[in-house]
Design a protein around this ligand. Structure first.
Ligand SMILES: [Zn+2]
Length: 572
């Protein structure tokens, strides 16, 4: 059945016709497609009409063709799949600088050293070599050491982050510049790793990273702008139209405003300034903040009042409760295999009060919590806020939520808490199998990054990537959530295959659940008349092809607010 916004139906019934001069002119129609709308009332369609930045109508090809004016552009989908624009609910723009080295996906020490050495050679003007993306499996026995960098770069300081950004590796020159020696004590919430002789190995965890980061030159505004534009293009090419930035740096604000003014902002952004008392070694904005001040709160409120979309929004804030499993800094109830239970960054009492304060002030709180202890603490704090302020409908979120206690799963639904998870964290590569799963042990590993458990528990689950280092391509995330194998198809049958979910569930988590998590479900997230025309055309119908084909599927067209932000050369 053809669906039109109520206002159009009214206009049609009153006037009988509408003309080009009305805002309901069909600027472009998409016909002969397979449309997954994400709207339970009308899940499937063949065609869709766009007027300005909104969806005018969704229906059969015949119905939509009837809306076309002589100057309406017609896109023949030729049976291709059209879905709502993807939302990434947890990432970190502006991302790695155009002047940094990328070490993602490398598998050997040789490759790591070659990449670093070549980058240094081709960037002689850089006083520091920075970047990241490496995983522990690159190093012999998963043992990280500065000597591996010194062997290729010893004349300039080097600092490269591990792929999740919670730790990094410095070479000797960088340690020297930062005056980190065997005598340097661990800073609060951080570790300077030392060898048997007490010498720093170059590995710095969590807040210890700041000891180095503060010596690095800040990028210029132009450099950040170029970095932003580069990554916006990449995101649009992957089908993204909206993102929740899980961080915010006042220093970057002018760059986003510049992109907004120039019309080059290809994503809808929601930003989460950092809560306290630590930023957990989060990248780029390195200043350790101490207790919440009235000014902080005032600023966050001002930002929220000033920016409420559709392209830039505030209203959420982000805190860290723990680190990561790979670094054994995720806070666990029981020790890791090999010892340690991680570092909880908060006392429950302080956390409760802080969360309740933000809740009362109308903010949505995002809490990074990976270990079962941290997830439990996050849920406790949301429960406390609800008890103190009443149920506020703030849709608070647990970020990552990787290793929950099974007993805590129902609390997500009960408390209206969103599980903000990252499907590619379950990509069973060497680091996941040889480090992550081993540290957890089989019982906990069997329900780590088990997205199905959240679905079964009735929680709203919003998918993201934690991009900055991880890939943000939603198609790769969907593939991983559906198969729980690497793109090469290993391990055969999938890593804990009982935790696989359907393509449709993954699509929901990447579209309407993300919109809900951003309080945007009334304006976007499904292909419903009257909502923003954020949509993606894919080269294959991922809902019907064998799962192995999902990873070979391409984004052909990305449209945000009716405007093309990416068009593949294969789209005719
Ligand atoms: Zn993150």
């Amino acid at each position: 059945m053809l669906r039109l916004p109520v206002i159009v139906l009214l206009a049609v019934s009153l006037i009988g016709v509408w003309t080009q001069a009305t805002p309901q002119h069909a600027d472009r129609i998409f016909v002969n497609g397979e449309i997954w709308t994400g709207d339970d009332a009308h899940p499937k369609a063949e065609a869709l009409a766009v007027s300005g930045d909104k969806i005018l109508a969704v229906g059969s090809t015949k119905e939509i063709r009837a809306l076309a004016a002589p100057d309406t552009a017609v896109v023949d989908l030729k049976g291709r799949l059209l879905v709502p624009g993807f939302q990434d609910s947890h990432l970190h723009f502006p991302g790695a600088s155009v002047n940094s080295v990328r070490l993602d996906g490398l598998e050997t020490l040789d490759a790591f050293q070659k990449q670093l050495g070549e980058f240094a050679k081709s960037h002689p003007h850089l006083t520091w070599i920075t970047g990241g993306g490496w995983g522990y499996s690159v190093f012999p026995n998963q043992t990280v050491d500065k000597k591996y960098i010194d062997a290729v770069i010893s004349d300039r300081p080097v600092y490269v982050s591990e792929r999740d950004g919670h730790m990094g590796l410095a070479n000797s020159k960088a340690l020297q510049l930062a005056r980190i020696t065997s005598d340097t004590p661990d800073p609060p919430n951080g570790h300077i790793m030392k060898d048997a002789k007490g010498e720093p190995t170059g590995e710095l965890k969590e807040a210890a990273q700041r000891l180095i980061l503060r010596h690095m030159p800040s990028p210029t505004e132009q450099e950040v702008y170029e970095t932003l534009l580069k990554h916006l293009d990449e995101a649009a090419a992957d089908g993204l139209t909206s993102v929740q930035n899980a961080s915010w740096s006042p220093a970057d604000q002018p760059v986003y405003l510049r992109a907004l003014a120039a019309g080059t902002l290809k994503l809808r952004f929601r930003f989460a300034p950092l809560i306290l008392p630590t930023d957990g070694g989060a990248p780029r904005d390195h200043k350790l903040k101490t207790p919440l001040t009235a000014e902080d709160l005032k600023l966050y409120k001002e930002l929220r009042d000033m920016f409420h979309g559709p392209l830039i929004k505030f209203g959420s804030i982000k805190g860290f409760l723990d680190g990561t499993v790979d670094a054994r800094t995720a806070a666990m109830f029981e020790p890791y295999v090999g010892g340690g239970t991680g570092i909880p960054f908060w006392e429950q009492d302080d956390l409760n009060k802080t969360v309740a304060l933000y809740d009362k002030e109308g903010f949505q709180v995002l809490l990074h919590a990976i270990g079962d202890k941290a997830i439990n603490m996050a849920l406790n704090s949301f429960e406390y806020a609800a008890k103190t302020n009443g149920k506020t409908g703030r849709r608070h979120r647990v970020e990552h939520a990787e290793v929950p206690r099974l007993a805590d799963l129902p609390r997500f639904k009960e408390l209206g808490v969103i599980a903000s998870t990252q499907p590619l964290f379950a990509n069973p590569d060497a680091t996941v199998l040889k480090n992550y799963a081993v540290l957890l042990g089989p019982e906990r590993a069997s329900h780590a990054d088990a997205f199905k458990l959240y679905d079964d528990a009735g929680a709203v689950q919003a998918f993201g990537s934690d991009w900055g280092v991880f890939d943000f391509a939603p198609l790769k995330g969907i593939y991983c959530a559906v198969t729980r194998t690497t793109p090469e198809g290993t391990p055969k049958g999938g890593w804990y295959p009982e935790n696989r979910i359907t393509v449709e569930a993954a699509l929901r988590h990447y579209t309407r659940d993300g919109a809900y998590a951003n309080f945007d479900e009334e304006v976007r997230g499904t292909l419903t008349p009257g909502k923003l025309a954020d949509l993606v055309v894919l080269s294959k119908n991922i809902l019907t092809v064998p799962p192995t084909e999902i990873v070979k599927t391409k984004v052909l067209l990305t449209v945000m607010g009716g405007r093309d932000t990416y068009r593949d050369k294969d789209l005719q």
